[in-house]
Design a protein around this ligand. Structure first.
Ligand SMILES: C[S@@+](CC[C@H](N)C(=O)[O-])C[C@H]1O[C@@H](n2cnc3c(N)ncnc32)[C@H](O)[C@@H]1O
Length: 284
C-alpha cells in the first residue's frame, strides 16, 4: 500500500520538472514542519472529501492524502496537473484522488466536505468567496494582512468589510503565520493560515447581495460617520432615498463609524435600508 504524508517537498518540485512561475502565483511550500502541521488544523473536520485549490508539485496533496478519504485537487497549470496525476497515480487509480485541470474561479466545484489549500494569492479573495458560501469548513493560506483583516473583531484597526463579509458565512481564526522562507520561490510578504468554521449568522438580512452591496458602499467611507457614509454612497449601494434611511435609523448608530459597528448592526441597517431606502420598483 502506498504511503502518503512524508514526501520531500524539494524532491516533488524536482520531479515536477518545471520552474515556478511567480506570475502564476507559483510559490511552493517547502518547509516540512509547516506542511506537517496543516492537516492538524483540519483535525476533527469531516475529511471524507477534501478540496485542494492549486496543487502545484503536490506537497500538500501528499499530506492531505494521508488524512482524507478522498481528495480533489484543482490546478490551472497543465504541467503541474499532469505531474500530480503521475506522482499520485496509485491514488488516482484507487479513486482517492481526482485532478481537475482548470481555473478555480471557473470550474464547477465538487461536493466537498472541507477545503484545505495554499491559495494562489492573486485570486485568493475571489476563491475564498467562492468557497465560503458553500458552508463547509476550510483551512486556507493567505497573505498575512488579508488573513488578519478576515479574522478581525469590530473596533480593531484591521476590522473592515472583509471581516464582516467573511463573518457572514463563517467564524475565521488565524491559526499560524508562515514566514516567507517557508516557500520557494519566496513571496514578497508573510503568509498566514486561517481556519474558517461555517455558521448561520445570528441576524437576518434582506438578501445576501443587498447586504454585500450595502457593506461595500459604507466601508468606502469608513472614517466618516454612518450618517455621512449612507448619504455619500447611494450610487454604490443603490439606495434611492438614503435620507429616509438616516432619518429612520437609530441616532447612535448613525453617529458611529463603520469600523465600530458589529455585523448585527450592519444587518439591522441593511434591513432598514432595504425597507425604506430602496428605489421604487416598477414605477415610472
Ligand atoms: C501558492 S501555489 C501552492 C502550491 C502547492 N499547493 C504548495 O503548497 O506548495 C498556488 C498554486 O495554484 C495554481 N493556481 C494559480 N492560479 C490558479 C487558479 N486560478 N485556479 C487553480 N489553480 C491556480 C498555481 O499554478 C500553483 O500551483
Amino acid at each position: 500500500m502506498t504511503e502518503y504524508g512524508n514526501r520531500d517537498p524539494d524532491a516533488l518540485v524536482r520531479r515536477a520538472g518545471k520552474r515556478a512561475d511567480t506570475r502564476q502565483d507559483q510559490h511552493f511550500l517547502v518547509d516540512d514542519r509547516v506542511l506537517d502541521r496543516i492537516p492538524s488544523y483540519a483535525e476533527g473536520l469531516d475529511l471524507a472529501h477534501v478540496l485542494e485549490i492549486g496543487g502545484g508539485p503536490g506537497a500538500l496533496t501528499d499530506r492531505l492524502l494521508a488524512v482524507a478519504d478522498r481528495v480533489t485537487v484543482v490546478e490551472r497549470d497543465p504541467d503541474f496537473a499532469a505531474h500530480l496525476r503521475t506522482e499520485f497515480a496509485d491514488a488516482v487509480a484507487a479513486d482517492r484522488l481526482t485532478v481537475v485541470e482548470g481555473d478555480a474561479l471557473d470550474i464547477e466545484l465538487p461536493d466537498f466536505t472541507a477545503s484545505v489549500s495554499n491559495l494562489p494569492y492573486g485570486a485568493s479573495s475571489e476563491i475564498a468567496f467562492r468557497l465560503l458560501p458553500e458552508g463547509k469548513p476550510t483551512v486556507l493560506m493567505f497573505q498575512r494582512e488579508f488573513a488578519e483583516r478576515m479574522a478581525a473583531d469590530p473596533g480593531t484597526d484591521d476590522y473592515g468589510r472583509l471581516s464582516v463579509t467573511a463573518g457572514h458565512y463563517a467564524d475565521a481564526e488565524l491559526v499560524e503565520t508562515v514566514p516567507k522562507g517557508a516557500f520557494d520561490p519566496q513571496p514578497r510578504v508573510t503568509s498566514a493560515l486561517v481556519r474558517t468554521t461555517p455558521r448561520e449568522p445570528d441576524y437576518t438580512v434582506p438578501s445576501d447581495d443587498f447586504f454585500m452591496d450595502f457593506l461595500r458602499a459604507v466601508f468606502t467611507q469608513r472614517r466618516k460617520t454612518m450618517r455621512n457614509a449612507v448619504r455619500n454612497t447611494a450610487h454604490i449601494s443603490g439606495l434611492g432615498d438614503p435620507d429616509a434611511v438616516v432619518d429612520a435609523a437609530d441616532e447612535e448608530l448613525m453617529g458611529a463609524r463603520a469600523g465600530n459597528l458589529t455585523p448585527a448592526d450592519f444587518a439591522d441597517l441593511a434591513s432598514l435600508a432595504y425597507e425604506v431606502g430602496q428605489p421604487e420598483q416598477g414605477g415610472d
